[in-house]
Design a protein around this ligand. Structure first.
Ligand code: SF4
Length: 328
């Protein structure tokens, strides 16, 4: 297995709230992304995915734990962050918002080069990035404005703006959520091609497990700031084991589970994480009594912090742990 390039260890991010309260947006996350590997990070809106991504990008500071790139811990000086952001690039969900409507596509793609002082061969680099992103012939798009492009072409231009700096990792936040179904497949195919051609690693944040299935090698399922299940995407989505993952998978069109599992209640506030297992108020196994052998633990002990072991299917659930022991 290739060594990870981007790593989070015991990562925690707190936000202070009025009244002295604290929201634990990310709470004990271990996660790796290796070169040429696509990792999907999935979960409901508000589960902490975007805060985790922003922390991996150095846009938020970790309250606890660390982020590292290769063997180097992420440093937060302006100079260190600037160098880091050449290697780890962000692709946003909405290409219209990501592109300045008054800038040509050439200028939009060249912006990163100019910020980093890479002014030699600018035209060749911009043309190469546009071509790699599938906008060919690249010169045809140089003087276009964002409104003259289709949604798919705009997202390709945003991707070109990331590629122009030759990153090692991209972090893509819902990269196709704003696109028509007809072009989603094209953008996903582009990400897969870039992985092959550039050995590009990617962390793809999504609430769409179908997207994760089509693109990712591994998946991490996040609930209320913590990863509750992770492993090879095929294993996690065909044999989901955590009650939360099972509920998410059960409502997919081709679900391997016999019937939909309806999650009760809303995702709790990150400033009011329930005691014991944080998923307990919504856990169908606990509510039905099927977890009675571990109900004490469910009430007293929070979910285990999973290690980042990339090769294994790992689950943070007391019931799963005793069932696995019984099966061994
Ligand atoms: Fe449900 Fe208990 Fe597992 Fe939490 S630890 S998900 S309450 S069975």
């Amino acid at each position: 297995m290739t060594s990870p390039l981007l790593s989070a260890r015991d990562l925690g991010v707190d936000f202070g709230l009025p009244g002295g309260r604290t929201a634990r947006a990310v709470d004990g996350v271990n996660l790796d992304v290796a070169p040429g590997e696509i990792v999907a990070l999935a979960g409901e809106s508000g589960c902490g995915k975007t805060t985790l991504a922003r922390t991996l990008l150095g846009l938020e500071r970790a309250t606890r734990g660390s982020v590292s790139f290769g063997d180097e811990p992420l440093r937060y000086s302006t100079k260190a962050l600037k160098a880091y952001r050449r290697k780890v690039q962000l692709i946003l969900q909405d290409p219209t918002g990501a592109l300045n409507p008054r800038h040509t596509i050439y200028d939009a793609v060249a912006e990163g080069l100019r910020i980093h002082g890479l002014v030699d061969d600018e035209t060749e680099r911009v043309a190469d990035a546009l071509a790699r992103a599938g906008l060919r012939p690249a010169e045809k798009f140089f003087l276009s404005y964002p409104h003259e492009l289709s949604g798919g072409q705009r997202q390709r231009a945003v991707i070109a703006g990331a590629l122009v700096l030759d990153p090692s990792i991209i972090i893509a936040d819902e990269p196709v959520a704003s696109l028509d179904a007809s072009v989603r497949g094209e953008i996903l195919a582009l990400l897969l091609r870039l992985r092959e051609e550039m050995d590009l690693g990617a962390l793809v944040i999504t609430h769409d497990l179908g997207l994760a299935w089509s693109i990712a090698d591994r998946i991490a399922i996040m609930y209320l700031g913590r990863i509750v299940e992770q492993g090879p995407v095929e294993q996690v989505l065909t044999e989901p084991r955590h009650p939360y993952t099972r509920a998410l998978v059960s409502v997919l069109p081709d679900s391997p589970l016999p019937k939909p599992i309806v999650l009760s209640g809303e995702l709790p506030d990150a400033a009011k994480i329930p005691g014991g297992c944080r998923f307990r108020p919504r856990c169908q196994e606990y509510a039905s009594g099927r977890a009675s052998a571990v109900s004490d633990q469910c009430e007293r002990e929070d979910l285990e912090v999973l290690s980042a072991d990339a090769s294994r299917h790992r689950v943070a659930c007391h019931l799963h742990r005793i069932e696995r022991r019984a099966a061994a």
